[in-house]
Design a protein around this ligand. Structure first.
Ligand SMILES: *Cc1c(COP(=O)(O)O)cnc(C)c1O
Ligand SMILES: [Zn+2]
Length: 413
């Protein structure tokens, strides 16, 4: 192949070309996609990128898709928003939100990884695709498979939020609810992928899938005016996204698209499932798997596939990782919505809450440019809020009834 990328063993560096492969035959370490960065540098400039459509395919040279690849799915290029009111609440004067709650087509950052994985699934000739999912990935695979005319098999833990199950089944995907947690679902999918000729986006296509997360980093840099932030705060499940955002920043520097600058990378997890954050904040070198118990289902991966990579990226950047309790997650969702008008899912609550802790602890300074990754939409996780918000009164359809209500609560004049 004449492509600018191929699979390479993370440990021994052996190259494997391109295909639905995950582990090195020699040392059993994970494979990742390696790019010929000098060739990428020669192939593309800031000006060219800026003239392209506002979606993640504008970074095609940095993605594992065949030369000349065309997609009509405008995934990604979500807003990067200043967040002055949330900043004032949590103590940052230059706070930004990367708003993947608005990502096309299924309102989470998983649309990015699926877009890239399915491009390769088609290149490899798969007609059936699938995934093991904590919810958002299920939605993204089901929707994008439908648009591409592929058959989808989606495996989820049986206790997922109703909106995430419905938002998968509606696309005609075959949904299998497994009586177990995500880690058990994932192990089952590894066995199924061995038996059936299916492309599982996060199992046998995982190296390609993971590269899709880089687009969050590319967009942040471009939207800041081709400049890197001082800090990013990223929610972690398997740990792929945080690792690949860091990879994106270093590829932008290596290709001369942005000036070199240290970026501290901070990870956020729910306390009820915090294998990566616990290892980082406890100064450990081992990641100890956990049994998840948290309202944040999207991050409930007890045995994170890219946990070591995430830990390495956090530590070497000078960052840190923390976790948030369930009540703190709910408070984070509410403050984000009330101060900035963005309804994030539970993972957003985790990120906002952890960002507040990091600022209070002095790990992030108020004047620094800090970007929080809001990775999914709150309309999918309303279960977390139903018992939290005050009951909404009903009034009679008469002016006096409303005025009486108003005198009780008051209004801004
Ligand atoms: C999957 C997911 C993450 C974490 O992604 P990893 O790459 O597995 O760490 C973060 N936020 C949301 C909303 C997710 O669905
Ligand atoms: Zn190897």
């Amino acid at each position: 192949m004449s492509e600018l990328f191929q699979l390479r063993c993370e440990q021994c560096g052996r190259h494997f070309g391109n295909g639905p492969l995950v582990l090195c035959e020699d040392c059993f370490a994970p494979l990742e996609v390696a790019f010929d960065l000098p060739a990428v540098r020669a192939a593309v400039s800031r000006d060219q990128i800026e003239r392209r459509n506002p979606d993640l395919w504008r970074y095609a040279e940095f993605l594992p898709v065949a030369e000349g690849f065309r997609s009509d799915l405008p995934v990604g290029f979500t807003p990067l928003l200043r967040a002055p009111r949330l900043g004032a609440r949590i103590g940052s004067q230059d706070l930004w939100l990367k708003d993947d709650a608005a990502c096309f087509p299924t309102l989470s950052f998983k649309d990015r990884v699926v877009a890239v994985a399915l491009a390769q699934a088609r290149a490899f000739g798969f007609e059936v695709v699938g995934c093991a999912s904590t919810g958002n990935l299920a939605n993204a695979v089901a929707a994008q498979a439908a648009r591409l005319g592929l058959e989808a098999w989606v495996f989820i833990p049986s206790d997922l939020e109703a909106a995430k199950v419905l938002g998968t089944a509606v696309y005609g995907a075959r949904v299998i609810r497994v009586d177990g947690n995500y880690d058990q679902v994932n192990r089952l999918c590894v066995e199924i992928a061995d038996l059936h000729p299916w492309g599982f986006v996060n199992v046998n296509l995982r190296p390609y899938y993971a590269e899709g997360s880089k687009t969050v980093g590319f967009e942040i840099a471009e939207q800041l005016g081709w400049r890197l932030p001082d800090n990013v705060v990223v929610p972690m499940a398997g740990g792929a996204q945080i690792s690949k955002i860091a990879k994106a920043f270093s590829e932008l520097v290596a290709t001369g698209l942005v000036e070199a600058k240290p970026v501290r990378v901070f990870g956020a997890q729910a306390l009820g499932c915090s294998p990566i954050s616990s290892a980082v904040s406890g100064g450990k070198t081992e990641i100890i798997p956990q049994l998840p118990d948290t309202i944040c289902r999207s991050l409930a991966i007890g045995n994170p596939a890219d946990g070591y990579r995430a830990m390495e990226v956090i530590r070497s950047s000078g960052g840190w990782a923390e976790s948030a309790t369930d009540p703190e997650i709910v408070a984070g969702i509410r403050v984000l919505a009330e101060e900035e008008g963005i309804f994030g899912e539970t993972a957003g609550g985790v990120t906002v809450s952890v960002a507040g802790q990091l600022i209070r602890d002095g790990r992030i300074q108020p004047g620094e440019t800090t970007v929080l990754c809001i990775t999914g939409n709150g309309l999918k996780t309303t279960d977390a809020l139903v018992s939290e918000l005050p009951e909404i009164p009903v009034v009679a359809p008469r002016l006096e009834a409303f005025e009486e209500q108003l005198s009780g609560v008051g209004a801004r004049r």
